[in-house]
Design a protein around this ligand. Sequence first.
Ligand code: NI
Length: 255
Amino acid sequence: MFIDTHAHLTDRQFSDDVDIVIENAFQSGIRKIITSGYDLKSSQDAILLAQQYEGLFVSVGVYPENIYEYNEEVENEIIKLAQNSKVVAIGEIGLQYTANMPSKEKQKEVFLKQLKLAYELKKPVVIHCRDAYMDMLNLLKDNKNLISNGGTFHCFSGSIEIAKEILELGFHVSVGGVSTFKNAVSVKEMVKFLPIDRIVLETDCPYLTPTPFRGKRNEPKYILSIAENLAQIKNINIEDVGKKTSENARRLFNL
Ligand code: NI
């Protein structure tokens, strides 16, 4: 069995056939899926969807691109949503230092607020981090008291050095489609380094479709390609990949 710890099933790319996509995933051996919010609306939508499927869970939060909407009212709504039994994490939240994003200071401020929220709600966090690892690691190290519920670095494709620090802080690393790309040599090496008891799997669908389905819309069922690739990298069989990564996900997200 497999668990997709990070999907975006409320994305408009799924609006015509989300039920089929979910059924196909369950039939392919994906037992549980965590569909992730990235602003208030998508978090609300994710809960509505999850209420229809036993194996579907949710993370709620506001991610860097959308933090302009973050205020006390939105925060209170997130707190309310998090009381729902389907909500297993706060996320995706984080830092992204690319063009046309909110200022670094604003991003750090809102990330920290949501980190506190997760701590108070006793939930793990799902972290999105792009081009911002130094600030992210420093922020987490300065706030170790807030990260005792752990979490994942979603779609992690950084270096082994950064991975070491992430692991030392108690986080899990989420391995997704990028690790299957032929030219992603350094990502494969980093994944090889990761201890299997700290890896969870994710698709981040509809984005980052794994090989050999690149060019198509990504779906939770393609977790099998990610798992197969991980089995090759780790030189273990795919059943063990499924078993170990599912154990990790169940433990972390209390599934
Ligand atoms: Ni995502």
